[in-house]
Ligand binder design. Structure first.
Ligand SMILES: Nc1ncnc2c1ncn2[C@@H]1O[C@H](COP(=O)(O)OP(=O)(O)OP(=O)(O)O)[C@@H](O)[C@H]1O
Ligand SMILES: [Mg+2]
Length: 120
């Protein structure tokens, strides 16, 4: 028999645009579940999710414009650093030159730009 367990109940949260918001709670209280619901990686059984004025409850994760850093290390092991950074941008259909510009900026920020390391 499958047992039902409610992970998030009566959750009503509004996050202000541009704010730095921290979720704090004991292990298993539902922090990751909530983030996955916002990102679209987990479905809700009830309730709605809005990003800005738009309801995104049933929307594909890729179409939400949301990024998530996973609790457990999640990079693509068969791709190099630059390819990992550019993967999401490529999925969005961004042209290579623009992707390169963005990844180069990010890599330079952490000292891994093309001049400081061989990551081509
Ligand atoms: N795929 C799943 N199937 C069944 N139960 C799950 C699943 N993922 C999470 N849970 C349960 O949902 C509850 C909330 O888990 P969640 O991972 O969201 O907690 P958390 O607040 O992120 O915990 P932690 O601080 O340990 O990361 C826990 O009881 C967990 O066991
Ligand atoms: Mg978690």
């Amino acid at each position: 028999m499958t047992q039902k367990k409610h992970v998030l109940e009566n959750l009503n949260l509004a996050v202000k645009d541009g704010s730095f918001t921290v979720l704090l709670g004991p292990s298993g209280c539902g922090k990751t579940t909530m983030l996955q619901i916002i990102a679209g990686l987990e479905n809700v059984t009830q309730g709605r999710v809005y990003i800005g004025d738009e309801e995104v409850t049933g929307k594909d994760p890729a179409k939400r414009g949301v990024a998530m850093v996973f609790q457990n290390y999640a990079i693509y092991p068969h791709m190099n650093v630059r390819e990992n950074i550019e993967f999401g941008l490529k999925n969005m259909g961004m042209v290579q030159q623009k992707r390169r510009e963005i990844s180069e900026n990010v890599l330079n920020m952490v000292g891994l730009g093309s001049e400081s390391a061989d990551i081509s």
